[in-house]
Ligand binder design. Sequence first.
Ligand code: NCD
Ligand code: ZN
Length: 449
Amino acid sequence: MTQADTIITGGKLVSPEGIVEAAIAIAGGRITRIGPAEEMPPAAEHIDASGLHVLPGAIDVHVHFREPGFSHKETWTSATQAAAVGGVTTVFDMPNTNPPTSTVDALRWKLDNAGRQAIVDFGIYGNIAPDNLAELRPMAEAGAVSFKLYMGSENPLVPCPPDGAILDAFALLAELGLRCTVHTENTPILEWRGARLRAAGRTDAAAHLEQHADVAAAEAVSRVGIFAEWTGCKIHIAHENSRYSLPHIRFAKARGVDMTVETCPHYLLLTTDDGARLGENFLRVKPPVREPGHSGPLFDALLDGTIDILSTDHAPHLPAEKRRASIWDCAPGFPGVETSMVLMLTEVSRGRMTLSDYVRMASAKPAKAFGLYPRKGVLAEGADADIVLVDMEKRGTIRAENLHSIGNATPFEGFAVQGMPVRTLVRGRTVALDGRPTGTPGWGRNVVA
Ligand code: NCD
Ligand code: ZN
């Protein structure tokens, strides 16, 4: 029996199919053996996981790690420390930085920057801009994990391309075999309503919801499904937030469109009622957290597979940036990578879902959707040893001041949680232990390389 670097014994291994007690041997960053403890090879390091569950690391396909351009909100060091503590072993970073990731040069800068700082593995999205069709193939060749399309955007850094350009980009991505992640809102509706509401002098939080009406979301989901069907492009719907989109998702899937869909903890666990607790403007996120009546159907859709994936849309801002007087000046989004797993494990503790459900939506399905499976997203012989030890008895309280993100303005402040990651391994190395990051910057690798 060849020597292992690490063995993990006594834990209960979780897969989408069920839970089994088994030991794991790790060598060279990979899982080399899963079986009874007495069959494990000798190892330099022994981790006792008695009383713990052993999960594949979470794969978060939607994060904003803010460099270059916004490092006062987050850096790859702070963000990947937060991810490691939160049980996230792979992240895909979004392109709405400054400069945006719309060119090969911008992509190379990001890959280099992430490679120097990250303690978890990563992918970098290229952006589909109105005018960068010629950059898409070179970006894919330079190591972009996938592409992002801002179909709903008011951000001049990442404007929405015209529909004709979207079709051309989709045809090319179909050829490249890459899935396109899409922010699905109808930009003309956002622009029209934004202008009308501003002209009327509205600065209150409800104006944000009126601007980002359900119809803007449902229309874009429906349209992008048609574009995907016509071009053969695989698509991934980002941050699903409206129950009115669900029939359009089901229709596209029934027609055989290769569409995957994600939602995030804030759409599952919050409603506009939380504005009273947080300060109404604080709740601003794009797309919005909606009125009561959406989170339940979204949760059900995540369990029945209409929604495939749990991501976070980790979008950190400083508390002051989220507390401005006018809703239009209030920064949209929340940090998520450190709180997502504890929040969802708490839902497991409450009996709303199972650990197997969680592993399916947080690890297996994202790995499958983006071509990482079975290297990642599963505890199996030959897979990367991206492993999270979870203590389902451990309780805690979410506090912004304890988060590792610079922009730590969480909407889950004060939430009591049960079920917490206590140790995170990336390719066999422990990168977080008992709530503290322990990884060395530069350990994280591009999943494409
Ligand atoms: C995102 C951010 O801050 O980068 N915020 C958000 O509310 N999701 C930007 C965006 O995707 O619009
Ligand atoms: Zn986002």
